[in-house]
Ligand binder design. Structure first.
Ligand code: SF4
Length: 396
């Protein structure tokens, strides 16, 4: 994967002395650096510019308000897993045609919150309020967790911070191969490095500027050797010619590299997007084929493949995962109905809290020593752990 090119670093005076700012400057010596007093008007003007491939600005500023939020997908229409996110970076260098973010964040500015200590302290304080609950928190909701890591070295901050926290796993979710910084860190088993995966034919057509499948496989091999837990996300599954063979073949290749014992979780989900996104995708990516499949409006108003096709794709992927990875893998659906769970896997979680508890139980059994005590169902049944504020994108 090519290094994302940063042409301009705009520094809000309020964070000028932060370590993260120094790293962006040091690691991008050719970028123009501008220090400004950031006002709302200035920010609005910056964000109204049209995105162009030749230009990439990084805005380093300060986060006000809450950082740790509930995953925006969490709702009651579909089964969800009570995941939490830290939105430290918004926008990124990888251009996936299906990505809902290019609909919401279609501007050339990547915003990075550089007041790292405040962000991390908030995580620590929040999880301390429920010490018996085991949390999963990720940084990859509004950006790729690792695509900017050569510039930001942010993985160093988060991985070593989470290593010392007793009741949480950090998830770094990526389509990159930027794992060099991770290999030197003392993670203490508290980080899951996860990859969104798709066959190479889809990477070529729909995941512009992302790492190739071979690059991702090599990166997985290296982080696995460094003792990290691994996550896999078959999300979104995309309908394409020969999908019945490309997905099983992808899964076979993954398990040639990965030991199922190191896999913390695997998600499966399929293409979904708000109807208004269709025209934007066709305009920005005229060669993309994703909008030409049959799509219907789901219970949440988003476009999805019709149920029979989703079932076919899920069953194919699920069967191959069991065939190559065995029956101990923790596999879940991201935003699917109880009916889909039942018809593909033969069971479904009772509700979101039950799924959250099952995650904890699976981690407890698979990774002895990760938790101080066996998870109690009642702790998870007591509802959403953190404040109810949802993350910034209204539903992934
Ligand atoms: S199932 Fe998916 S969308 Fe729902 S909370 Fe979990 S990660 Fe978020």
């Amino acid at each position: 994967m090519k290094e994302p090119k940063i042409t301009r670093i705009i520094v809000d005076q309020k964070v000028a002395d932060q370590e993260l700012v120094q790293r962006y400057k040091r690691n991008n010596p050719k970028a123009e650096v501008i220090e400004i007093e950031l006002t709302d008007e200035l920010k609005d003007a910056m964000f109204k510019q049209e995105a162009t491939p030749a230009k990439r600005d990084i805005l380093l500023t300060e986060k006000q308000g809450h950082t740790v939020k509930q995953c925006p997908g969490t709702d009651r229409t579909y089964r969800c897993c009570n995941y939490h996110v830290i939105n430290q970076t918004s926008n990124g260098p990888i251009d996936c045609t299906y990505c809902i973010l290019q609909f919401y964040l279609n501007n050339p500015v990547t915003t990075v919150y550089a007041n790292t200590e405040k962000l991390l302290t908030e995580v620590k304080d929040k999880i301390a309020t429920q010490p018996k609950r085991f949390f999963r928190i990720g940084t990859g909701e509004l950006s790729d967790s690792l695509a900017f890591d050569s510039s930001s070295e942010y993985s160093k901050d988060v991985v070593e911070y989470f290593a010392e926290l007793p009741n949480v796993l950090l998830e770094l979710k990526t389509k990159s191969n930027k794992i060099e910084n991770l290999l030197k860190l003392d993670h203490k088993g508290h980080t899951v490095v996860s990859w969104s995966v798709n066959p190479q034919v889809i990477i070529d057509a729909e995941e512009h500027k992302a790492a190739s499948l071979q690059e991702r496989l090599k990166a997985m091999e290296q982080v696995q050797a460094a003792g990290y837990k691994i996550g896999l996300h078959f999300d979104p599954l995309l309908f394409h010619e020969d999908w019945e063979s490309t997905y099983p073949d992808l899964i076979r290749q993954l398990f040639e590299v990965l030991d199922p014992k190191n896999i913390a979780w695997i998600s499966i989900g399929s293409l979904r997007f708000p109807p208004e996104m269709k025209d934007k995708v066709l305009e920005k990516f005229p060669k993309s084929k994703i909008m030409f499949a049959e799509l219907i409006r789901g219970m949440d108003g988003k476009m999805r493949y019709p149920k029979p096709l989703r079932l076919d794709m899920y069953r194919t992927v699920y069967k191959a995962l069991r065939q190559y990875g065995g029956d101990k893998l923790f596999i879940y659906f991201c935003m699917e109905s109880a009916e889909i769970w039942e018809r593909v896997m033969g069971w479904s979680p009772d509700d979101n809290e039950h799924l959250d508890y099952l995650f904890a139980m699976s981690l407890y059994e698979q990774f002895p020593g990760l938790m101080a005590a066996e998870p109690e169902r009642q702790v998870y049944a007591d509802g959403i752990p953190l404040h109810h504020e949802k993350a910034d994108i209204p539903g992934l």
